[in-house]
Design a protein around this ligand. Structure first.
Ligand code: NAD
Ligand code: DAU
Length: 340
């Protein structure tokens, strides 16, 4: 049976990926490898652990630990989700982003090469392309769009993209890259827009909308992203990049309105406009025609329904997010929002 090393498997998307493959009874063994940073939470996958899913605590920058894990479990494929993932935190300090997203990716690539890994999939982001004008809905990011990252987070992810590309061209490493738009769904860490706003409203707190609230993102339900990653892993062509998107562009104001309506909270009382994010990208939009044409993937979930499912998940799992929104999280919240 194929054994896949899933880095960052205790985070938001990595845990949903493991959950999806188990739910579908895919014939694979999964080694969930995670450092358990502030964003990693073993509770996200603890109900799945057993013969099919094994957890290993480790840092992707730790060569010995990763090599031992690859050998001990006869890993033949790597799906690399592990990253520092929050733009605002990268503005507060970019060191951990360069360490994990750049050095960590390089360490994994070297191990993939020396251990003769059969497939290496790098989970990247649409943010590597930079920003789009809001008044040109006809323009979207394609796989040919030049990389023009604008935040320390996206710069570190783009460095990873470049390393993956270089290992393909120089060493013939069997690599695949996906670049996805904004995800939402269960297990999303409550520092990101949707889970932050939903949980703040459940606590009867205001939601902080950056700038004029008109920045645009393309939202995709996390299960659709995970399905796309597995599709690329199975059918993608080595050395290729595949954009993944929801064809679902919305301003942050629109998202906020939908959440408020769904949670029965009035705009005037609960929305606080705050100082904008420095270097805030105005618009992301993905052209996902290549993955549809070549691999037959397209999103299955509609936003109107999936956002309701997501909000309900936060209602049903209050302990999960209340445990997170304490301790160190409070310090971060204070630093990020108190003086805006
Ligand atoms: P997340 O922050 O929720 O999870 C990241 C996980 O990686 C955590 O479990 C963390 O403990 C782990 N990790 C961090 N540093 C590590 C290290 N040095 N060694 C081992 N594990 C480490 O992130 P996410 O939102 O699930 O994103 C997963 C991946 O998908 C990232 O690579 C991100 O760039 C990419 N991505 C995210 C989105 C999105 O909307 N969230 C969209 C496109 C792409
Ligand atoms: O596009 C893919 C990217 O999406 C991923 O690569 C990143 O890992 C992921 O974090 C996400 O980045 P964003 O910066 O787009 O997501 P975030 O949820 O932080 O912000 C979404 C939008 O909402 C953005 O325009 C900023 C705005 N925002 C965010 C927060 C946290 C607010 O207005 N207020 C907030 O408090």
């Amino acid at each position: 049976m194929t054994t896949i090393l899933v880095t960052g498997a205790a985070g938001f998307i990595g845990s949903n990926f493991v959950r999806l493959l188990v739910k579908r009874k895919e014939p694979v063994r999964l080694v969930a490898f995670d450092k358990l940073t502030y964003a990693g939470n073993l509770a996200n996958i603890s109900d799945l652990l057993g013969d099919q899913v094994i957890f290993v605590k480790g840092d992707i920058c730790d060569t010995d630990k990763v090599v031992r894990t690859v050998r001990d479990y006869h890993v033949s494929q790597i799906v690399h989700f592990a990253a520092e993932s929050h733009v605002d935190r990268s503005i507060l300090g970019s060191g951990p982003f360069v360490q994990t997203n750049v050095v960590g990716t390089q360490v994994l690539l070297d191990i993939a090469k020396s251990e003769r890994i059969e497939k290496f999939l790098y989970v990247s982001t649409d943010e590597v392309y930079g920003t789009l004008p809001e008044d040109r809905p006809d323009i979207k990011f394609t796989e040919e769009t030049p990389l023009q990252p604008n935040s320390p987070y996206s710069a570190s992810k783009a460095a990873g993209d470049c390393l993956v590309r270089a290992y393909f061209h120089t060493f013939g490493l069997p690599v695949l890259t996906t670049r996805c738009s904004n995800n939402y769904g269960p297990y999303h860490f409550p520092e990101k827009l949707i889970p932050l706003f939903v949980t703040n409203l459940m606590e009867n707190k205001q939601v902080p909308l950056y700038g004029d609230g008109k920045n645009i993102r393309d939202w995709l339900y996390v299960e659709d992203h995970c399905d796309a990653v597995y599709t690329v892993l199975q059918k993608g062509r080595f050395g290729e990049v595949y954009n993944v998107g929801g064809n679902n562009e919305m301003t942050n104001r629109q998202i906020t309105e939908i959440i408020l309506r769904e949670m029965n909270k009035p705009w005037d009382k609960f929305v606080r406009y705050v100082q904008d994010r420095p270097g805030h990208d105005r618009r992301y939009a993905i052209d996902a025609s290549k993955i549809k044409r070549e691999l037959g993937w397209e999103p299955k979930h509609r936003f109107e329904q999936a956002i309701k499912t997501t909000i309900q998940w936060y209602r049903d799992n209050e302990k999960w997010w209340r445990d997170i929104k304490s301790g160190d999280y409070l310090k971060y919240y204070e630093t990020q929002y108190a003086h805006r």
